[in-house]
Design a protein around this ligand. Structure first.
Ligand code: ZN
Length: 463
């Protein structure tokens, strides 16, 4: 029997045992955002590290951070001619309220109709446990792994990973690898989903201060500069009539799409546009029509006003010149745009409207990096082949228009190619009655096993 077959067979004969262990992990109330659960977080981290030690990983440790601890472990005996794979997942979970909507308590894992219900069952303790049980099966059945592996499990992802960037900087050497696998999120029922990119985000608030108080529009109209008018001028200047952003340098440093990427996006253009028409209730879309819809939606930067405030909003009329106006903006960035650079360009553009009559304040609230994963090549192919074997179909490459800042930080700071591998299949990730489909929990373990053996066939220089 081949090592692959031995590993798969081990995973199959230990299904019941693995599921019992998974329930143990799910029972820890690891709500990362709530300090009341700090002790449970620490206990869960210890539980994971102990399990890693037991299954034969080395250098297993609970590593402190400014916030919740991280768990690390490795196995580096596959030889220097084999790639080193770093797996990232998170063991913290979302809060559970409203509690009364849960059919069974969130931290008492319960099986109903082939699903395992518990907070964290799909997001993202599956990413932790499925990967560990895959390597447990391989180590127990064959005594080795086909590639070198490192594992990093975070405890603050659901709180926006506030301490991760400096922590990653400080642990760069420990985490050095050839490829990063992000194990978070869920596959669609029958279809594996591979997230290949997400945009970064810069958020800003602009405040315009005019007179010290609202003024009589009869007495002062025509001589006092109205902050609402200037706000409107600034906002109107963000785009040309065709929807192209006019902030100088806004499109600098965008990594050009490869022919393959462009073809992948064009292939889903009709489908995404039809879906978007249905969801928005619109009949027409906006923006540069020469750029494919899916490219505009996921691979181009944006500048959107999210809210505007000024003057009188009540019933009837009120004859004033408002003292102030303000608006909020978010910009989405794409690889390889530096969000701090874009923030600076935005600020400079807003201040190009500086005048003696109104004082402009421009405040940047956050600036987060985009990420771009692999869209072709041997690593992605190793994963696609694994999905073909286990799911019976290749994964769908998904580009997120939104942002996943932690992956942006991981890929930027660690500087390695990455792909996502969702280990489970379930739903209600941030809602009551979160669950994982048990069939796909086990299939996830087999997918990881196949993937790692497929990867081993690839020479390092191909990565
Ligand atoms: Zn998650």
């Amino acid at each position: 029997m081949s090592d692959l077959q031995k590993s798969l067979s081990h995973a199959r004969t230990h299904q019941a045992e693995y599921l019992e262990q998974y329930k143990e992990l799910l029972a820890f109330p690891t709500i990362g955002a709530d300090p009341a659960y700090r002790e449970d977080i620490v206990r869960a981290a210890g539980w994971i590290a102990a399990d890693m030690q037991r299954i034969g990983l080395t250098n297993c440790q609970v590593l402190p951070s400014e916030g919740n601890p991280l768990v690390y472990g490795e196995w580096l005996e596959a030889g220097s001619d084999q790639p080193t794979v770093l797996v990232y997942a998170h063991y913290d979970v979302q809060p559970v309220d409203p509690l009364d909507l849960w059919v069974s308590p969130p931290f008492e894992p319960t099986i109903r109709e082939g699903n395992l219900y518990a907070r964290g069952s799909i997001d993202d303790k599956s990413g932790v446990h499925v990967n560990l049980k895959a390597v447990e099966s391989m180590l127990a059945a064959t005594g080795r792994l086909p590639v070198n592996m490192k594992f990093l499990f975070e405890g603050e992802e659901e709180s926006g990973s506030p301490n991760m960037a400096p922590w990653l900087e400080a642990h760069k050497d420990l985490l050095q690898a050839d490829i990063l696998i992000v194990s978070d999120g869920s596959n669609d029922n029958e279809t594996p989903l591979i997230m290949v990119s997400a945009r970064g985000i810069v958020s800003a608030e602009v405040r315009l201060h005019g007179p010290v108080k609202d003024l009589h529009s009869g007495s002062y109209g025509g001589v006092v500069h109205n902050p609402a008018h200037l706000a409107a001028r600034i906002i109107a200047a963000f785009h040309d009539e065709n929807g192209r952003i006019r902030i100088p340098g806004f499109y600098d440093n965008i990594r050009p799409l490869t022919d393959t990427e462009l073809a992948q996006m064009k292939a889903v253009d009709d489908w995404t546009m039809t879906t978007a028409l249905r969801e928005t209730g619109l009949t027409h879309f906006w923006g540069p029509a020469e750029i494919p819809f899916q490219v505009r939606q996921t691979a181009q930067p944006t500048c959107e006003v999210n809210g505007m405030k000024s003057g009188y909003q009540g019933e009837g009329e009120k004859t004033i010149i408002p003292a102030e106006a303000s608006f909020k903006v978010t910009m989405r960035t794409v690889a390889d745009q530096d969000p701090d650079d874009l923030a600076e360009k935005f600020t400079r553009f807003v201040h190009s409207f500086d005048c003696p009559t109104i004082k402009i304040d421009c405040q940047i609230n956050s600036a987060k990096w985009p990420f771009q994963g692999l869209t072709e090549g041997p690593v992605l192919e190793a994963l696609q082949k694994a999905y073909e074997t286990t799911y019976g179909r290749r994964g769908l490459l998904i580009r997120a228009g939104g942002s996943v800042p932690i992956i942006g930080d991981l890929s930027r700071i660690l500087g390695m190619p990455l792909t996502s591998l969702s280990c489970g299949n379930g739903d209600n990730g941030h809602s009551p009655n979160e669950f994982i489909r048990i069939k796909y929990y086990h299939l996830g373990i087999e997918t990881v096993i196949h993937f790692l053996y497929n990867l081993a066939g690839n020479a390092l220089q191909q990565l």
